[in-house]
Design a protein around this ligand. Structure first.
Ligand code: C6P
Length: 405
């Protein structure tokens, strides 16, 4: 069913504002999505009516807050088709979830072990593993990518051996929009007994992953890319892994018993949730999931692929414009450059025209090194964007080219 985008846009107060005297055209959704009033209201409702710490008090407010927070965990469980509620760990976001797992694996890895990373990762899915390798003596190897920005799976087959203990790859590349064949990557890794972590920061706003069907070991994402608030995210880990991994941080909430001689840890998921969490954020994450499901992921995918197709065709009509990330499986992210013009200059002119895009390396410097470029202009579309906004982008890029060349 086609989306009623005009009606959907009414849910997003920010889309009514102007920037530099022009109506805002927000095309930086891969950095963070905008928030519907349902999510904003859910945060405000918590602070107005039942703000209290959770899992601690016998008083009514604390119980209401605990119920709402745990209800959000259930919504996440159901949304991602996760077998057990305690396999959902609240984090502060994707970066936090990856660091939690990398930290845990420092007890298991040793010299002679290998870990594989894809060539198109965000720094969040590179640096924690480099730190892990430095600590443990394990070796980091890279699954290369092709000129069109897709992983070379034959090379993956060669890199996978009995030495491989872990594979980490993003579901969708933030800088290219490429959708990686994670089903195949997971299945092959498992034949060698390697665990797989999938970085879902860019996928969960576009698709609804079924984590049991994927048989993935760890999956991480951030609420703020899914119309939810910043500072909250989720780590899914298979129960057996979460039992094996040591806690990430020590503190309140994650313990069973503490004496000065010895501490025992709480059961899952609390073992990994030290300290007071982002309670309002967790609750509003649940509201964001409800909101997206009400719109429907099939309708979202259909609308976004129309935007992608139209924007790609129109942008490619501009002389000297090159798109990076041209594989056939891609989402509504277009990274591009104009020949002879720095992406930062294009971004600055677009901003003057009210159009928000991201410019630079997008926290994925190895991709920029691969193409030997300083960065790109990245337009990333969400389900609330319109074809008219694509036209405005294309016109503005033409204007930028005329002014800068
Ligand atoms: N990418 C972008 O503009 P956090 O910051 O923890 O919520 O997400 C980090 C992260 C990890 N992996 C991928 C694939 C990502 O895209 C991001 C965040 C934003 O592309 C901000 S750098």
């Amino acid at each position: 069913m086609a989306l009623n985008v005009t009606q959907i846009r009414e849910d997003f107060p920010i889309l009514k504002r102007e920037v530099n005297g022009k109506p805002l055209v927000y095309l930086d959704n891969a950095a963070t999505s905008q928030k519907p009033k349902q999510v904003i209201d859910s945060i405000s409702h918590y602070y107005t009516h039942y703000n209290a710490n959770i899992h601690r008090g016998v008083h009514t407010l604390s119980q209401e807050a605990t119920d709402a927070y745990e209800q959000a965990r259930k919504k996440i469980q159901k949304h991602f088709n996760i077998a057990h509620n305690h396999e959902v760990i609240f984090t502060s976001g994707t970066t936090d979830g990856i660091n939690l797992v990398a930290n845990g694996f420092s007890s298991f890895l040793k010299t002679g072990n290998e870990v594989l990373v894809s060539a198109m990762e965000h720094h969040s899915n590179i640096v924690p593993w480099q730190m892990l390798c430095e600590k443990t003596g394990a070796q980091l190897k890279v699954i290369p990518m092709s000129e069109e920005g897709t992983l070379i799976l034959d090379e993956y087959d060669t890199l996978l051996t009995e030495k491989t203990k872990l594979v980490f790859v993003n579901h969708i590349s933030n800088a290219l929009g490429t959708i990686n064949p994670i089903e195949e990557i997971i299945e092959k890794a498992h034949t060698y007994g390697a665990a797989v972590l999938v970085d879902g920061a860019q996928s969960c706003s576009h698709i609804k992953p079924d984590l049991q069907a994927l048989d993935v070991d760890f999956y991480v994402t951030s609420a703020h890319k899914m119309c939810g608030p910043t500072g909250v995210g989720m780590l899914y880990g298979k129960e057996e892994w979460l039992h094996k991994l040591p806690p990430y941080q020590g503190g309140g909430e994650m313990i069973a018993e503490v004496t000065f001689e010895k501490t025992t840890y709480a059961d899952l998921p609390h073992k990994f949730e030290a300290g007071t969490p982002n309670i309002a954020g967790g609750i509003a994450f649940g509201t964001a999931i409800d909101y997206l499901n009400e719109i429907g992921f099939d309708a979202i995918a259909q609308h976004e692929s129309q935007l992608l197709e139209y924007a790609t065709a129109e942008l490619l009509k501009i002389r000297g414009l090159r798109i990076y990330g041209t594989g056939k499986d891609k989402t509504s992210v277009i990274s591009f450059n104009l020949e002879g013009i720095h992406p930062y200059d294009v971004g600055t002119i677009l901003d003057k025209l009210g159009i928000a895009v991201r410019t630079g390396h997008h926290c994925a410097q190895p991709i920029m090194d691969f193409y030997k470029i300083p960065g790109t202009v990245r337009a990333s579309f969400a389900f609330y964007n319109t074809m008219e906004e694509v036209d405005k982008l294309v016109d503005a890029v033409r204007q930028a080219q005329n002014m800068l060349s």
